[in-house]
Design a protein around this ligand. Structure first.
Ligand code: NAI
Length: 349
């Protein structure tokens, strides 16, 4: 079914508020989730509300966190998340990084001890809207085999980037470092469909096409994606003195405990490196150059990185946001959560 941005935000806010979040924090989460749904990134949109509501209700997200920003150098700092809601902590931390990058040309801010923070595109776009380049990296729970390994070690450790173009244009690129998100395996299970053998491995580390035999996901581009995951883990985990690798807490294990995750925002002020107007013009030129490349057979047009989500966002704003009926029914209902996620083994059938 379809709904509007405002209606969806309101439903999410009410539900999370009912689960125990303050109005301000519930609204902050709703903003990030609806941003994802608007862009067609439904894996990180309203479908996550039920899981968050259960974690909040069970105490695994601090509903009254002591958020604090600790400036550790002229353009560095740590935003202490106190295991409060990750979306709000990451947004506030990016606000601080933006302030410092405006003043000093660059800023690096660690977001320490947070819960899941959703789609990273939201945070890097905060920077791009201010004429800055945003980069954000976050740890996630171990579900990916290292290249050549059998046991999961890293998470789907995403990387997001945004840069401002002319007028209100911007490029936003935001990807997990796995071939496919875990949500796509779950989707294949729900439809009893097979999966390509490039997505995941079974318990012996062999590629599998059976979504029910999946024991771990595969990194993008073999050893290269594996290396990127390592970089994300170092920058958002080890650098912040947090659990790293397979010590990172699981999304579904013990919903009464804080997750202690780390995220890193890097903001670069182009005006400290080149002429800002020219920079923005050249970002827009990059976008149009790529769009004007002759498409290969089977393609209508070359899109610039991330353009597919920008196109979906423009469409959703005109025609409404596509939401799975079941998710909408839950949001409309009086139920806070269905007690579905605690201690769920993500790989179990
Ligand atoms: P994806 O695989 O759907 O897309 C990855 C990137 O490729 C996006 O920027 C997308 O716009 C771009 N893209 C896809 N098709 C394209 C095309 N035809 N032309 C040009 N660009 C194209 O995204 P993925 O990897 O599934 O990640 C989804 C979301 O999950 C992201 O927002 C990410 O931040 C989030 N995530 C969050 C985690 C967390 O723990 N907070 C963990 C993992 C992912």
């Amino acid at each position: 079914m379809k709904t509007t941005e405002d209606a969806l935000k309101k439903l999410i806010k009410v539900k999370l508020n009912k689960a125990g979040l303050s109005e301000e924090h519930a609204e902050g989460v709703a903003d990030v989730l609806v941003h994802a749904d608007l862009r067609g990134v439904h894996s990180h949109g309203a479908m996550r509300v039920e899981y968050y509501a259960e974690r909040i209700a069970k105490g695994g997200i601090n509903t009254n966190p002591n958020f604090a920003f600790e400036k550790t150098g002229p353009s560095t700092g740590i935003f202490h998340g106190d295991n409060g809601v990750g979306h709000v902590a990451a947004k506030k931390a990016m606000d601080r990084a933006i302030e410092m990058a405006k003043e000093f040309g660059v800023a690096v801010v660690g977001v320490k001890r947070i819960s899941h923070s959703g789609a990273l595109s939201y945070y890097v776009q905060q920077a791009a809207r201010e004429g800055l380049i945003g980069l954000s990296l976050v740890q996630s729970d171990p579900m990916v085999v290292p290249f050549g390994g059998v046991e999961p070690y890293y998470g789907t450790n995403p990387i997001a980037f945004a840069a401002p173009g002319k007028n209100d244009d911007m490029i936003t690129f935001d990807m997990a470092t796995t071939v496919q998100a875990w949500g796509k395996i779950l989707h294949a299970r729900s439809k009893n469909e097979s999966i390509p053998d490039t997505w995941a491995v079974d318990k012996n580390g062999e590629p599998t096409t059976d979504p029910f035999k999946v024991n771990a996901l595969l990194p993008i581009a073999g050893p290269k994606g594996y290396g990127l995951m390592m970089m994300v883990d170092v920058l958002s985990g080890i650098l912040l003195g947090l659990p790293f690798g397979n010590r990172v807490s699981s999304m579904y294990h013990d919903l009464s405990e804080g997750r202690n995750l780390g995220q890193l925002h890097i903001v670069i002020n182009p005006a400290y490196f080149t002429d800002l107007t020219t920079f923005k013009e050249n970002i827009s030129k990059t976008m149009s150059d790529l769009n004007n490349i002759k498409p290969a057979p089977g393609f209508d047009q070359v899109l610039y990185p991330g353009q597919n989500t920008t196109i979906i966002e423009q469409k959703s704003r005109l025609e409404g946001i596509e939401i799975v009926d079941e998710v909408y029914r839950y949001l409309e209902s009086d139920v806070v959560h269905y007690n579905k996620y605690d201690d769920k083994d993500p790989f179990a059938k």
